[in-house]
Write a protein that binds this ligand. Structure first.
Ligand code: C2O
Ligand code: CU
Ligand code: CU
Length: 460
């Protein structure tokens, strides 16, 4: 037996430990986290003159921060759960690896209180996105956990300022406290609307913008329920992208319909004189509701909209329609029967809706069967049929699709991750199933999602 003393073993052990430590340091440097998000409770003033208790944010004393990711490069985010319940974070609209998609049991376990999870996101497409929990989703989003996420363009288009607008309601009473977050009878219809409209957690804020400058407004509707029509009045402005994808023909920012989960990028040329206020408003049955005002400040710097470089189209594969297989999806009432299964991610306690006659189980698209199995690399047409009298913004994770046609209206060939399916409408959309994994597929009216209108597609 070779003579190895106890001391040598110890030294060897120490050397091995030292080597391991060095390796660990090197590895942690290589894997340095770019950002830490802490989900926590807070109190904050939303309604002037009141303080709302029981809010949730990814920021210690204000709204969730705007995240800015580089296009095409990995970016890592540690989500630390400082709530007293499980959570999980989903990056809405990003075509990323399935394991990073943030859907409980489908892509990862929920993050328990006190635990954290590192997401590494390599976003292939530039544009405006958002992020939110996918566990106890209605409550966590309603209490504040919705933030804007920007994937920066590789080539800067030349704006003087970039201004994300996180548009959402809160359900507060006149004392500023949360009231019941939903009513079951509304969940079985269009959903329960909030009572206080906000932009970046403020009621009708005013933004000072350099007179004559070019500003990129990034509108993101992160509300749990509201399908709205928005108007930007004043200045010269064009909608340049919808749901992160540039428009070949920019359009006027009038009557922009946005459902929960949808976004619009507007290029605004701020007026030259201080008195010319630009306003963003929402159409309501009682008339326009002012959401935000933009006030020109200082001497005009006299920029022109045509100085902007056009946005580059995102590298989204084109479906091969000649060889595409069509898959039908029927959005309808619940076939009745089973109460939702209890879950660590909560349940609303009702089942009202279904996809292809199957009611999804609250937040958990599994452990049931996928609604469809798609072959990786193949093209598909999804025929989305809405049997119900309500509107449903239909959202697919992990892949973007192109709108082809509707039996109710002319649709522009937009590329999106969330399509508003109107009452009784049938719409066809096309995609290439290029991202392997199990991908959640659901309505983004969260009460609908959580009472049956959810499932998932498998790409293999
Ligand atoms: Cu915005 Cu399933 O998500
Ligand atoms: Cu999503
Ligand atoms: Cu719906």
């Amino acid at each position: 037996m070779p003579g190895i003393s106890r001391r040598e073993v110890l030294l060897g052990g120490a050397a091995a430990l030292a080597a391991a430590a060095t390796g660990a340091v090197a590895a942690s440097r290589a894997n340095a986290v770019d950002l830490t998000l802490r989900a926590s409770m807070l109190r904050h003033s939303i309604l002037p003159g009141t303080t709302t208790e029981g809010m949730m944010s990814f920021h210690a004393d204000g709204p969730p921060p705007v995240l800015r990711l580089p296009q095409g490069k990995p970016f890592s985010i540690d989500v630390v759960n400082e709530l007293e319940e499980a959570t999980i974070v989903h990056w809405h609209g990003l075509r990323i690896a399935n394991a990073m998609d943030g859907v409980p049991y489908l892509t990862q376990a929920p993050i328990a209180p006190g635990n954290s999870f590192r997401y590494t996101l390599a976003a292939p497409d530039a544009g405006t996105y958002w992020y939110h929990p996918h566990c106890n989703t209605l409550e966590q989003m309603a209490r504040g956990l919705t933030g804007v996420l920007v994937v920066e363009d590789e080539e800067d288009p030349g704006f003087d300022r970039d201004l994300p607008l996180n548009i959402r309601d809160f359900r507060l009473g006149s004392d500023g406290q949360f009231i019941e977050l939903f009513k079951p009878r509304n969940a079985a219809r269009g959903g329960t609307l909030g009572t206080v409209g906000t932009v970046n957690w403020e009621v009708a804020p005013t933004y000072d913008l350099a007179a004559g400058s070019l500003v990129r407004l990034r509108l993101a509707v992160t509300d749990v329920t509201r399908v709205g029509t928005y108007d930007l009045e004043g200045g010269t402005a064009l909608v340049i992208a919808l749901d992160a994808n540039p428009l070949a023909q920019p359009i006027a920012p009038k009557g922009i319909v946005m459902a929960p989960g949808q976004r619009a990028d507007i290029a605004l040329r701020v007026p030259d004189s201080a008195g010319d206020i630009v306003s963003l408003s929402l159409r309501t049955p009682q008339g326009p509701r002012l959401l935000a005002r933009f006030r020109p400040l200082g001497a005009s710097i006299r920029r022109r909209l045509d100085e902007l470089k056009p946005l580059r189209p995102n590298p989204i594969p084109q479906a091969d329609l000649a060889n595409a297989e069509t898959i039908d999806f029927i959005f309808g009432w619940s076939p009745g029967g089973d109460a939702p299964a209890p879950s660590i991610c909560g349940t609303l306690g009702y089942t009202f809706w279904s996809i292809n006659r199957v009611a999804g189980q609250s937040d958990i698209p599994g452990p049931g069967e996928p609604l469809a199995v798609l072959k990786q690399g193949r093209s598909y047409v999804l025929r989305l049929r809405n049997e119900t009298p309500n509107d449903h913004p239909i959202h697919l994770h992990g892949m973007s699709f192109r709108l082809l046609r509707s039996d109710k209206r002319k649709v522009a060939p937009l590329v999106t991750d969330t399509a508003l399916l109107l009452s009784k409408e049938t719409m066809e959309v096309a995609l290439v199933a290029d991202n392997p994994g199990d991908w959640a597929f659901h309505c983004h009216v969260i009460e609908h999602q959580r009472t049956g209108l959810s499932g998932y597609l498998r790409v293999e």
